[in-house]
Design a protein around this ligand. Structure first.
Ligand code: UN1
Length: 497
């Protein structure tokens, strides 16, 4: 049976790339399973998509926001109706287990409903004027065409984090999904198409980051670029956008830590670390990749954790009993295995895992054992560098102050957590660990859509996704002064004695 060919979505129609070239999308848990064939787009396709988005913008920005919201409500309902199918497609295309892909689609549903509701808010403010008979207010205005470059680890959730706030604010969009996960964005586009998002308002071009992604961020008409991915690529995106002062929202790497205090509920913390480190095979920006333990509980906690990590069932995420799927592609396998070797060479102790899984069905996919290192210290590369795989590094501390210092000893600042029963220490950690997200007695993953999402330092560039914070990315403030005095009134600053 030949695989289905999926086209680009431009101006409300499905069109083949003018390159005439395509690429295959295969299941990382089973190479024999072809999800589909997708367009290898080029600059001309991107230009056509931006043409469509720029033309549609002229109308979409004038559609009343509550009406835009009504369309988004319908899109959310459609995503809900198709949730199971979309989740299965997603597990097939990027490997994470069904429970997690259902969560991914749910996150898109939540974000779509949330932003649909914003259609009736999008609050600005009114504030008194210094002068009599004068009215002051602020309104949000859309920015224009948005270009999105989205990752494979949250193939529908992250596109929705960018799309839905952009649309409710009145912008139009062109999205380039990750090469490993175009199917989930095709599904998102279909939901938009079926529920009446007007032609040109959302557009999708599939293809590699090099040709397609760069064409998108280099098009002058794209006024906002939103990118989620590695810090290395984010730096290139940032440089490309700088000369034109494009608005830019970056969500990049993490080296997220869990602090285990000596008064922690260790059973609870084991559950949290397992989920934080090995959920999505460790391929979340928010994944727990460092654990630091108070020396009094370090030995006990390490053995409790390792015992459980060894028994995680790895396999095809479509099977119910599987707890961890494959990593996404060969290049991730290479990176993860390379870091395991680096960890050993730097003197960390391999407690469990460390190998690619082979034999039987494993030979058809990219499976790596859940891997735990202990004795990890701040000079080691596995302490500092993002691995983005099922590899956890564990270290120790003597005092709470040292724990805070070690937690902050990273170039990144996305998420962090503390397990403790001491409320005072919890509050100090909440205040002093410099990240965009912080958890108490919970792992570093699991952010909710109505709170701002993003990080400090090299994780981001000061913006936040999700919540009303996303509206600040996708709109610009306009301050409006209405003088109804009928006279020329000079502002107070121009009237100074
Ligand atoms: C990511 O890995 O880029 O907080 C996003 C979480 C998820 C989102 C992760 N809701 O773990």
């Amino acid at each position: 049976m030949s695989a289905t060919v999926y086209k680009n979505y431009i101006n409300g129609t499905w069109v083949a790339s003018s390159s005439g070239e395509t690429f295959e999308n295969r299941n990382p848990a089973n190479h024999d399973d072809v999800i589909g064939v997708f367009q290898r787009s080029n600059e001309a396709d991107v230009k056509a998509a931006v043409d469509a988005a720029a033309a549609a913008y002229m109308k979409w920005r004038l559609v009343p926001a509550p009406k835009r919201g009504e369309i988004l409500y319908r899109v959310a309902a459609r995503l809900t109706a198709n949730k199971e199918q979309f989740s299965r497609d997603m597990t097939r295309e990027m490997g994470k287990i069904l429970i997690e892909t259902r969560g991914d689609v749910q996150e898109a549903i939540d974000m779509t409903y949330y932003m649909a509701g914003e259609g009736r808010r999008l609050f600005g403010m009114t504030t008194p004027s210094e002068l009599p008979n004068k009215f002051n207010m602020t309104v949000r205005q859309p920015v224009g065409v948005c270009g999105f470059i989205t990752p494979w680890n949250f193939p529908m959730a992250i596109p929705s984090w960018k799309m839905m706030p952009a649309l409710i604010c009145g912008n139009t969009i062109v999205i380039k999904p990750a090469t490993d996960t175009p199917m989930s964005v095709v599904n998102l586009m279909k939901a938009c198409e079926e529920e009446g998002v007007p032609p040109g308002v959302v557009n999708m071009v599939t293809g590699p980051g090099g040709s397609t992604g760069e064409a998108l961020m280099n098009d002058d008409r794209v006024r906002i670029v939103s990118f989620t991915g590695s810090t290395e690529v984010g730096r290139r995106v940032s440089t490309a956008c700088a000369p034109k002062f494009k608005h830019l929202c970056l969500e990049m790497g993490g080296k997220n830590v869990i602090i285990i205090m000596n008064d922690a509920d260790l059973e609870l913390a084991v559950e949290g670390v397992l989920w934080g480190a090995f959920g999505t095979s460790g391929q979340r920006c928010t994944a727990t990749s460092r654990v630091i333990m108070h020396k009094d509980v370090a030995a006990k906690f390490t053995s409790m954790l390792v015992e459980r990590a060894k028994n995680i069932k790895v396999g095809n995420g479509l099977e119910d009993s599987v707890q961890m799927g494959p990593v996404v592609n060969q290049s991730q396998v290479d990176t993860v295995l390379k870091y395991i070797e680096i960890g050993k060479a730097d003197g960390a102790r391999l407690e469990c895992g460390g190998q690619r899984l082979t034999g039987g069905a494993y030979d058809k996919g990219y499976f790596i054992q859940p891997t735990v290192f202990s004795g990890v210290t701040r000079n080691m590369r596995i302490w500092k560098e993002e691995i983005f795989g099922p590899v956890l590094g564990m270290g120790t501390f003597n005092t709470f102050e040292e724990a805070i210092e070690l937690a902050n000893d990273t170039a990144y600042g996305l998420s962090a957590s503390i397990y403790t029963r001491d409320v005072n220490k919890a509050y100090v950690a909440m205040r002093d660990v410099y990240t965009g997200i912080f958890y108490v007695n919970a792992p570093t993953i699991g952010a909710e859509t109505h709170l701002p999402f993003g990080g400090t330092k090299e994780t981001g560039n000061g913006h936040r996704e999700a919540a009303t914070a996303a509206l600040d990315v996708f709109s610009e403030w306009k301050s409006i002064y209405v003088d109804f005095s009928g006279t020329i009134q000079r502002a107070q600053i121009d009237n100074a004695d």
